[in-house]
Ligand binder design. Structure first.
Ligand code: NAD
Length: 293
């Protein structure tokens, strides 16, 4: 039976480390770190993610501000809010919660955020720095959280086959770059919706990461004996027993895979909390750049 990786526990220890770091830095003439959240519309998942991020910010000692814009907001109006947050010396970090409504450009929006406040790491500037293996890059929080899980769980990456299913800017692409960079040294394959022989490629993985957004994408026959399986997917499936009417599942057939792999992340309680923890880590790093310069 695999070890079930406790993402909540790893995230909690990271929160504690950050809280202690801020306490140690604290002095009467130093302002607190501040992150600004921008949410467009009332997408229930976005409402829940931003509220969770605000709660954790408060626990760590990070001030947060929430800007909620109507679903109908125009790109120039959204840009103008981002410009004002970019110019505000009391704001260290800006996070525009994705997904945005289809009439808005996520790419233009992410690129509008000043690189030194882009704690989501989705701007061309930070993605470019990641590609150059520049230590000053803000790395996207989910990929950074996955790497932290892998490291803190003692999983060997050097020379190992890592297979990532999914090629998005939010997860797959930056994760591929992180896993192949020097010091991590995995041999990386990125699979996607047009990949042929997905099962065979996955079955060679020492580390298999699923970021697809479709339940049961990874079945036991796709998993190598003893592999480490990281399930990034968050899917809502109808469930009459739940008050909400749904339950969360990942992309992996957890029950089928758990007896075959060596380690596995659950959904919920795996990658999700680590994404929030890495956002906090990036925000503290942005703050230190601003106040200690
Ligand atoms: P996306 O829709 O942008 O990308 C999905 C990827 O899956 C695409 O690259 C596509 O090519 C690939 N794909 C689709 N069908 C496939 C198939 N049959 N075989 C192989 N590949 C296939 O999604 P995303 O933003 O990268 O998110 C992926 C999942 O991860 C979603 O469930 C999302 O909710 C979740 N997610 C979780 C966190 C977290 O913190 N846990 C963060 C971000 C995203």
């Amino acid at each position: 039976m695999a070890e079930i990786i406790d993402g909540n526990a790893i995230a909690k220890s990271l929160h504690e480390e950050l809280r202690s770091e801020l306490l140690a830095m604290g002095s009467a003439d130093l302002r607190k770190p501040c992150v600004a959240f921008v949410r467009v519309g009332e997408n229930p998942a976005s409402v829940s993610y931003v509220s969770k991020k605000q709660k954790v910010s408060a626990e760590i000692g990070i001030e947060s501000r929430l800007h909620v814009l109507p679903e109908s907001v125009s790109q120039p109006e959204l840009n103008s809010l981002i410009d004002s947050l970019n110019a505000d010396d009391n704001v260290d970090a800006i996070l525009v919660q994705a997904p945005l409504p289809p009439h808005l450009s996520e790419r233009d929006t992410f690129n509008r955020v000043r690189p030194d406040k882009d704690v989501d790491g989705f701007s061309a500037a930070n993605l470019g720095l990641l590609c150059q293996e520049d230590a000053s890059a803000f790395v996207a929080c989910t990929p950074a959280g996955i790497l932290e899980i892998i490291k803190r769980s003692g999983v060997e990456t050097r020379g190992k086959n890592a297979v990532v299913i999914g090629r998005s800017i939010i997860v797959g692409k930056p994760l591929g770059l992180l896993l192949m960079r020097k010091g991590v040294d995995a041999t990386v394959s990125i699979c996607h919706s047009r990949t042929e022989n997905l099962r065979e490629i996955c079955a060679r993985a020492d580390i298999l990461i699923a970021a697809v957004g479709r339940p049961m994408t990874v079945s036991a026959d796709m998993v190598k004996e003893g592999a480490c399986v990281i399930d990034v997917g968050i899917n809502r499936v109808p469930c009459a027993e739940k008050k909400s009417g749904y339950r969360l599942v990942g992309d992996v057939d957890f029950d089928g895979v758990v007896s075959k792999c060596s380690k596995i992340t659950p959904v919920p309680g795996g990658v999700g909390p680590m994404t929030v923890a890495m956002l906090m880590k990036n925000t503290v790093a942005a703050y230190k750049r601003h106040v200690l310069k």
